[in-house]
Design a protein around this ligand. Structure first.
Ligand code: FE2
Length: 189
């Protein structure tokens, strides 16, 4: 069974149910069928909303690295991962999915460069190791893109989850280490 419910199919089912509710009421309000269908409609909407929120990632105050610009970058990255997840889950169109993935990859590259530059200016001692982790991630993301070009939509299964887990672990583990160096440097200029 196809894991992702196509948004158009779902919209069509909801549309049909609404029509059926309308027709059911033609037989009077005592007819139980439209009431049951209303219950089905509400359940579909609740489940749909639950599925959408389940995969979403939220930035938390505890994720701060102590540098506002870089926190803003991380928030933006989380937003782009969520958008990419939505594009994948609802698979409303190849164009939207493709664009969401590319936007996420481009912003990740931009952010890594900016972060590395700030670490460099702050004289952060573990810069080389941190850069290497970034390079490895960029290579991994490049593999996802290549696989996506080869096999399309199915290649992206689990990618958003992998990226969000990687990002949150990276922020809370490696990124937080440069925080004191970069914020000290910013305070001195
Ligand atoms: Fe980093």
């Amino acid at each position: 069974m196809k894991k992702n419910i196509n948004a158009l199919v779902l919209a069509a089912i909801i549309g049909l149910l609404i029509v059926a509710v309308g027709l059911g009421f033609l037989f009077g309000p005592a007819n139980p069928v439209p009431w049951i269908l209303i219950g089905v409609l509400i359940t579909i909407v609740v489940v749909y909303r639950w599925i959408s929120s389940r995969d979403r990632v939220e930035w938390k105050e505890s994720y701060t690295v102590g540098v506002d610009d870089l926190d803003d970058d991380h928030k933006r990255l989380i937003e782009l991962i969520n958008r990419f997840q939505t594009a994948y889950t609802y698979h409303t169109g190849e164009e939207f999915e493709h664009q969401a993935l590319n936007e996420l990859v481009d912003y990740t590259k931009y952010h890594f460069e900016r972060e590395e530059k700030m670490m460099e200016e702050a004289g952060y001692p573990d810069l080389a190791a941190h850069k290497e982790i970034h390079r490895t991630m960029i290579a991994k993301v490049g593999e996802f893109q290549e696989e996506y070009q080869r096999t399309g939509h199915e290649a992206l299964e689990g990618v958003a989850k992998f990226l969000s887990e990687w990002l949150i672990n990276h922020i809370n583990g490696i990124d937080k280490k440069y925080g004191p160096y970069v914020s000290r440097r910013q305070a001195s200029v």
